[in-house]
Design a binder for this molecule. Structure first.
Ligand code: LER
Ligand code: MN
Length: 272
């Protein structure tokens, strides 16, 4: 069964970014539960922002789950990436992600590497950057795998990275890792920019996709843009995608409307 999730951001530096709920984790859990989501997806400043026991208590109290934890704060707050020319910064990026993997694993969920993947350019060749990224994921994936979860790597659109932009590139990269502990994040916003046919791309990711950011062309809530979301949802159903569709979209026109519009669209597109 495909489950539903909504993003909760605790990262002040990311204000204006594509996260729906911004009023703290307690309120985020309450709102998500009230609207009928299965889970929250947490974007936190670090692994220390909300202690595991505190979060477990909030999730239990609201009878809601957690889908995944993001690592983007490593980039947004500290400028860390896995392809930084400076080795000490690459190591700091890995440490930040390791801590987030362990935090997620204590909750039974994966961590997501999106913007922290970085990019190639300047003195750093494409080959060098991919070697660093491959090395990092090869080291980090099993840390999640040994704790019963996995690590998620997210292809992004060309304006955010020049590493993997498409599902095909992501799948090829996954195969080059020789590592069963890393899965792909299919973000429908990025796919709307990069893929010839997002539904076909979803089908080609069968078995590799571990999380989906299911939003519209303009990164607003599902249904508020011009993507053919029905064909994309049908593709996910067809490949027996077993994880979450999550609202990583702008809080437009406001958080509550984006949250309500999303869950209405999810109920229609992913009937139970
Ligand atoms: C993160 O999930 C993502 O999609 C990037 O665009 C960072 O905002
Ligand atoms: Mn995303």
């Amino acid at each position: 069964m495909i489950k539903t999730a909504i993003t909760v951001s605790l990262v002040e530096e990311a204000r204006g970014g594509p996260f729906v709920l911004w009023d703290g984790v307690e309120k985020g859990c309450e709102t998500a539960a009230d609207l009928g989501y299965d889970a929250i997806e947490l974007f936190a400043p670090s692994h220390e922002a909300v202690p595991v026991d505190t979060l477990k208590g909030l999730l239990e109290k609201n009878n809601i789950g957690i889908a995944a934890v993001g690592t983007g704060a490593g980039m947004v707050k500290h400028g860390l990436s896995l392809c930084d020319p400076d080795q000490s910064k690459r190591n700091a990026a890995k440490d930040f992600i390791k801590n987030m993997i362990n935090y997620g694993a204590a909750l039974g969920v994966p961590a997501i590497i999106g913007s922290m993947q970085g990019r190639w350019g300047g003195d750093i060749s494409k080959e060098q950057a991919f070697d660093w990224l491959r090395g990092a994921l090869t080291e980090l994936g099993p840390i999640a795998g040994e704790q019963g979860t996995f690590l998620i790597y997210e292809p992004l659109n060309r304006y955010e990275t020049n590493m993997c932009n498409t599902m095909a590139e992501g799948v090829e990269f996954m195969k080059s890792l020789d590592n069963g502990s890393v899965k792909l994040l299919a973000d429908v916003f990025h796919m709307g920019i990069e893929e010839d046919d997002p539904a076909e791309a979803m089908r080609s990711g069968k078995g590799h996709i571990g999380h989906v950011h299911f939003v519209d062309s303009n990164r607003k809530a599902a249904g508020m843009g011009h993507l053919d979301l029905k064909s994309i949802a049908d593709a996910l159903i067809e490949i027996d995608y077993p994880y979450f569709v999550s609202a990583e979209c702008f809080p437009k026109p406001d958080s509550l409307t984006a949250a309500k519009n999303t869950i209405e669209a999810y109920k229609e597109l992913f009937p139970r």
